[in-house]
Design a protein around this ligand. Structure first.
Ligand SMILES: NC(=O)c1ccc[n+]([C@@H]2O[C@H](COP(=O)([O-])OP(=O)(O)OC[C@H]3O[C@@H](n4cnc5c(N)ncnc54)[C@H](OP(=O)(O)O)[C@@H]3O)[C@@H](O)[C@H]2O)c1
Length: 286
């Protein structure tokens, strides 16, 4: 272990909380491939990642967190768990985990979200103050604040829409729209900076073994609308783009921020991993 701001941490054994989730599975796969001893926790979906130990753990229960830390003795804990509509998991659970990891002497990397911002300022770098306007954003912001104050050596890594090679909920939604299995509109005025799950996991693991502390931004380099994201996925996957209805979200009363662009320039300068933009990683191989 290393104190704040000194040499790189010696990280062998990693506990990935939320290891059954979309990001958690990729983190688990990459950490294992890099030679770490990895344990992936799950809440409801045990899943199956060859070679990786899996452990049930519910962030709502302190005893389960303590037992997982005692059993795995991790050098580092990465928290990729959340439940969007559950404050007890996303805020209280994250804080509970951070307290336990700190007491245990484990390095902590906490995954946060661009949902901590309202969109009023559009561009947000790592120094921006959270001003959430949804319960989810408020839960993420509450966790960040508590963790930053009592565990200042933690990395708090904010990210944006997480996209994979077909595996994300966002891509699944676009596929359903294009196939006519769902009805909906892709907004032209809701802007985010999508990131590829593999880039994000690589950057998080890089931060885990580094001496970084505090807030980092890990979003892709392109700010694009939900509709452009749909068109890019449709082009890559050869879907019927004409089925993707474009529309404006302003005035619909739909909750959440319209235009939130995480500026990751400062964090990117410190990383070897490139956080590609969506126009790059969704480009179809021709
Ligand atoms: N997805 C995005 O576009 C996006 C955008 C910005 C930020 N983020 C952040 O990125 C992180 C990962 O997101 P994701 O999309 O990979 O999420 P996900 O696929 O929904 O996975 C969530 C994980 O959390 C676990 N979990 C849920 N409730 C739990 C509880 N009470 N105790 C312990 N674990 C619990 C789930 O376990 P089971 O599946 O086993 O129930 C699962 O492993 C989150 O911090 C999220 O806020 C995501």
């Amino acid at each position: 272990m290393a104190p704040h701001g000194s040499v790189t941490w010696r990280i062998v054994n990693i506990l990935i909380v939320g290891g059954s989730g979309f990001l958690g599975r990729e983190l688990t796969r990459q950490a294992w491939a890099a030679g770490h001893a990895v344990t992936a926790t799950f809440a409801t979906r045990a899943g199956d990642i060859p070679g990786v130990r899996r452990l049930p753990m519910d962030l709502r229960h302190s005893a389960e967190i303590a037992a997982a830390l005692a059993e795995t003795q991790p050098d580092a804990v990465i928290n990729a768990a959340y439940r969007k509509t559950d404050w007890a998991t996303t805020a209280d659970g994250a804080i509970r985990l951070a307290l336990a990891a700190t007491q245990h002497g484990s390095r902590l990397v906490h995954v946060s979200s661009d949902a901590v911002f309202s969109g009023a300022d559009v561009h947000y770098d790592e120094s921006a103050t959270p001003d959430p306007i949804t319960p989810y954003g408020a839960a993420k912001a509450a966790a960040e604040t508590a963790i930053r104050l009592f565990a200042p050596t933690t990395v708090i890594a904010r990210t944006s829409l997480i996209i994979g090679d077909g595996g994300s909920v966002h891509e699944a939604f676009i596929h359903e729209l294009a196939a006519g299995r769902r009805r909906g509109v892709l907004f032209t005025d809701e802007i985010r900076c999508p990131v590829h799950v593999a880039d994000l996991a690589r950057a998080l693991l890089e931060l885990t073994v580094s001496d970084h502390t505090g807030v980092c931004h890990l979003a892709g380099s392109d700010a694009i609308s939900r509709h452009e994201l749909g068109l890019l996925v449709a082009d890559r996957d050869e879907l019927d783009a004409a089925m993707l209805t474009a529309g404006s979200r302003a005035g619909t009363g739909s909750p959440g921020a319209l235009d939130v662009r995480l500026d990751s320039t400062r964090t990117q300068r410190t990383l070897r991993t490139t956080l590609r933009g969506a126009r790059d990683f969704l480009r179809r191989e021709r």
